[in-house]
Design a protein around this ligand. Structure first.
Ligand SMILES: NC(=O)c1ccc[n+]([C@@H]2O[C@H](COP(=O)([O-])OP(=O)(O)OC[C@H]3O[C@@H](n4cnc5c(N)ncnc54)[C@H](OP(=O)(O)O)[C@@H]3O)[C@@H](O)[C@H]2O)c1
Length: 281
């Protein structure tokens, strides 16, 4: 059985959608098990004995983490420690979903899996602490760093831009942060390839090609055919509690070396997503 945590969330729900007719899959969210509680997490996982756990549950509000450090570390570090201990106890493989925000963004080129993390936000620090717990407590793990995620469920940048563009007709979007916009569907497909192997380690899983948030917003407005002017701006005009890396593009070196696997380009993935969402957002 495959256990998906955070199954109501943006990525967890995509795992359920793509896996439910293929595997014996069980989704849980905070209503079933609060992962910050060691005993209930270990008891629950020991009772159902999954062979694979895909851990999508997290406290994902990046600015919220800056305001409430305790919640960030409780969910994103202690929570995954509990899941990692339970996974080890039942002999399950563990897929831990992590983030591009473990990097500081100072590198000019995309980060590969062998670059040293140096988070600049509480969210990034708490997710990196989660990676450390996975390595300490679990022997069969895949740490999967994803980034700039959008999918059918939950809130994301695409839905925000579509809403703002329709309402305002002119928007300013930062042009000095670069990354890889990534479709949830493509993350699930890459994880499926690795989870059925024993090639454990850290993997970067994002769509190919680099964009700024401004580039991405232009593509969104254009693809959805919204009449809106998009202006490039800079991060210093958008002061927010958490700092974001200037460059968090990821090189998929491990996918390439271990599986010869190539992610498709972000524009192609986004066009498929836009077709799927036509008339729905
Ligand atoms: N979104 C992105 O752009 C992005 C980028 C890089 C990495 N990631 C990582 O990708 C993963 C999935 O992200 P996502 O966008 O799908 O997140 P999401 O939509 O916020 O889903 C996370 C889920 O975890 C649940 N959860 C929170 N605290 C919990 C707890 N104590 N016990 C059990 N469940 C709990 C949440 O429930 P509630 O909603 O009820 O709190 C929610 O259903 C996360 O690990 C995230 O760090 C995301």
């Amino acid at each position: 059985m495959i256990l998906i945590t955070g199954s109501k969330g943006q990525l967890g729900s995509e795992f359920i959608k793509q896996f439910e007719n293929k595997y014996n899959v069980k989704g849980i969210d905070i209503e079933q098990v609060d992962i910050t509680d060691l005993d209930s997490t270990v008891n629950y996982i020991s009772a159902i004995k999954p062979s694979i756990i895909i851990h999508c549950a997290a406290y994902t509000n990046v600015d919220g983490c800056e305001r409430d450090k305790d919640i960030a570390f409780k969910v994103n570090a202690i929570g995954i420690r509990n899941v990692a201990m339970a996974a080890e106890k039942v002999g399950a493989k563990l897929v831990y979903i992590s983030t591009d925000y473990v990097f500081d963004g100072e590198k000019e080129k995309p980060y590969n899996e062998f670059d040293r993390p140096n988070p600049i936000s509480i969210y990034g620090l708490s997710k990196l602490a989660g990676e450390e717990f996975v390595k300490t407590f679990c022997s069969r793990y895949f740490i999967v760093r994803i980034a700039w995620l959008y999918g059918e469920n939950g809130n994301n940048f695409v839905k925000t831009i579509v809403k703002l563009a329709k309402e305002k007709g002119e928007i300013d979007v930062v042009n000095d942060q670069r990354g890889n916009p990534t479709f949830t569907k493509d993350v699930v497909q890459a994880v499926e390839v690795m989870m059925n192997s024993e090639k454990y380690g850290i993997y970067h899983v994002t769509n190919e090609g680099i964009a700024s948030w401004y580039d991405f917003a232009c593509k969104i407005v254009d693809t959805f055919g919204i009449n809106c002017k998009v202006n490039p701006t800079t991060s210093d005009k958008f002061i927010r509690p958490a700092k974001r890396p200037k460059n968090s593009a990821l090189d998929k070196m491990m996918l390439r070396l271990e599986f010869g696997y190539k992610m498709r380009r972000w524009e192609e993935a986004f066009e498929e997503f836009a077709m799927l969402m036509k008339g729905r957002i």
